[in-house]
Design a protein around this ligand. Structure first.
Ligand SMILES: [Zn+2]
Length: 224
């Protein structure tokens, strides 16, 4: 059986951290992209805890720079709290409207693809996932413009066939399995993940009101 070499695109959030444990047996290469966001140091600290514990390859950090016209405040400043009223709904609004970065995941993933291609890595896994409500609303403006959608993964896989010397397949295992955050949490508990060493918030300190914070609260990750 063919065993593809594998990289994991990680953020320090719970979903991609669980991937480290789940795919440990494949000896994956963890990769994070640093675009100068405020919580980067915190996230790397958490990731290194898990990587050391699992004995994985050292974290690869890809530094990129966003231009001022791409950035809004929030991701790049300490002590920022987003002002969105209903981040888990608002299906006809832009996701992360107050701290939107033009082309964020496409730019980040292009760099990671280039890294994987240059290092002959066959498969790149991400921790993207949808809740059931998102699957049901995936043709709304919010999710059509979203850059961690199943369509985004499809598009990036098409793009990966041109301009790269090595064929890298992008995978989103939680999409394939239709796992919700609750399912990921339960799997993480089974795999022995210490969730206090994960942080899903985009901000530093943790804001408590963004969609990731609300989802963590909903499933009770931070209660025990
Ligand atoms: Zn938050």
């Amino acid at each position: 059986m063919f065993s593809p070499s594998q990289a994991l695109m990680v953020t320090g959030g719970m979903d991609s951290t669980v991937l480290l444990y789940w795919f440990k047996k494949n000896n994956p290469q963890p990769i994070i992209v640093n675009y100068g966001y405020a919580s980067f140091a915190r996230d790397v600290n958490n990731l290194n805890y898990h990587i050391d514990k699992l004995g994985l390859k050292p974290l690869v950090v890809i530094d990129i720079e966003f231009k001022d016209w791409q950035k809004q405040q929030g991701l790049f400043t300490k002590n920022y709290t987003p002002k969105e009223n209903n981040p888990l709904g608002d299906w006809n609004d832009l996701r992360y409207k107050d701290f939107f970065v033009e082309g964020r995941n496409m730019i980040m993933m292009s760099y990671v693809l280039a890294y994987c291609s240059a290092h002959k890595i066959d498969e790149l896994c991400t921790g993207y996932l949808y809740e059931e409500e998102e699957w049901c609303n995936r043709r709304t403006y919010k999710l059509m413009t979203g850059d961690n959608s199943p369509q985004f993964v499809d598009m990036m896989n098409l793009m990966s066939t041109v301009g790269f010397s090595h064929q890298v397949r992008i995978r989103a295992p939680y999409y394939e399995l239709k796992y919700s955050k609750m399912d990921v949490y339960n799997m993480g508990v089974d795999l022995g993940v210490d969730f206090s060493k994960t942080c899903s918030c985009y901000f530093d300190p943790v804001c408590g009101v963004c969609d990731n914070c609300l989802l963590r609260k909903q499933i009770g990750v931070d209660n025990g």
